[in-house]
Design a protein around this ligand. Structure first.
Ligand SMILES: *Cc1c(COP(=O)(O)O)cnc(C)c1O
Length: 344
């Protein structure tokens, strides 16, 4: 497999991991029932119930955006609103999919340090948003890991969920990088989801190493009623679902999902440590998952990019994101750090 050696743009620019790739080949030897009626899909759903240690309801969709938008639509009536961080993926990067699929809900952004919603600001918003003329809050959505590569602790999630409960709101978790959060906290998945009050989790596989396919997991089974129809209507019911499921089976067997995430997290920590010694490079957020956010002056940023390195500016005017994945290598890290240090 050839891996692009100048790549820190995203964890979804990485190839499919060897286990997920082999699984596709293994699943490709015979006919099987369509639309999720196959044995691979059933095994994924069972394995998810084992990993989360609860009898949850699980569904496949193709993308993280679909997972978030459909999960939110399921728990949020059109006249209700969704509270999220101002930098949340659902707010900045989903082209209005949550608003579209809910059929009229409004996202209510709040601030908070390190990409995590501030409880005080959320409470103040809930107090303000309380009459017939405003969108009635229906959901609090948090990302685990966050867009800024930080991770909510179980206590922080419990605090968000406690506030949600007090106002009778649902809790949605965008877990496009859920594996990285679990690896970072070294916790069992239930301790940051249903045990602390999360109702629905979008669990990402693509950034962890598959080619496509994300899971929507409802811990509250009353809420998931007829969600299968919602996914079908949205064009998200895969006919050859076994090929999404086959890769997932391998991720969830022998803890490949955790090893991939641990590798990516370790690479990010290592990259951050090495970059600390480079003048004119400043680490902006705590490195708790697989992203390193750096403040770079123009000359350094341009210098590295001219050298062929790919990464995005994330926050104007000068904060960039370096994203690691299951496939990030020691050589890539050393090479990037050396190139950055060489710019005078
Ligand atoms: C990548 C990502 C998603 C999903 O994005 P898709 O491109 O639709 O798969 C959702 N939330 C977060 C935080 C992400 O980083």
């Amino acid at each position: 497999m050839t891996v692009e050696h100048h790549e820190f743009a995203s964890d979804n620019t990485a190839p499919i991991c060897p286990e997920a790739w082999a699984a596709l080949q293994e699943a490709n030897t015979d006919y099987a029932a369509a639309y999720g009626e196959d044995r691979w899909t059933a095994r994924v759903y069972d394995r998810i119930r084992e990993i989360f240690e609860t009898d949850c309801d699980v569904y496949f969709v193709f993308t993280g955006t679909a997972a978030n938008a459909l999960a939110l639509a399921q728990v949020c009536q059109s006249f209700r609103s969704i509270i999220c961080h101002q930098n949340a993926h659902i707010q900045t990067d989903e082209c209005g999919a949550p608003e579209f699929f809910t059929g009229g809900s409004k996202l209510l952004p709040v601030g908070g340090g390190n990409g995590k919603i501030d409880i005080g600001q959320t409470k103040a918003l809930l107090i303000r948003q309380n009459d017939l003329h405003s969108h009635k809050p229906g959901v609090i959505s948090i990302a685990q890991a966050t867009e800024f590569g930080t991770v909510y602790t179980p206590d922080e999630i419990a605090a968000v969920a406690g506030l949600a409960r007090a106002y009778q709101l649902f809790v949605h978790m965008d877990g496009a990088r859920f594996a990285n959060a679990v690896a970072s906290l070294n916790c069992s998945p239930k301790t940051i989801t249903w045990e602390v009050g999360v109702d629905v989790l979008c669990f990402g596989g693509t950034k962890n190493g598959t080619g496509a396919g994300e899971l929507v997991i409802f811990f509250n089974k009353e809420v998931s009623r007829e969600f299968d129809y919602r996914t079908k209507q949205a064009g998200q019911l895969g006919s050859k679902m076994r090929f999404l499921a086959a890769s997932w089976i391998r991720l969830l067997t022998g803890d490949v999902w955790l090893r991939n995430a641990q590798h990516a997290n370790r690479a990010a920590r290592h990259l951050a440590r090495r970059l600390q010694s480079v003048p004119k490079v400043e680490i902006v957020f705590p490195v708790e998952a697989n992203a390193v956010f750096v403040r770079l002056d123009d000359q350094v940023a341009r210098g590295i990019q001219t050298g062929g390195w790919r990464f995005y500016k994330f926050i104007e005017p000068d904060v960039y994101r370096l994203m690691c994945s299951w496939s990030t290598t020691e050589e890539q890290i050393s090479h990037l750090v050396a190139d950055a240090a060489a710019i005078k």
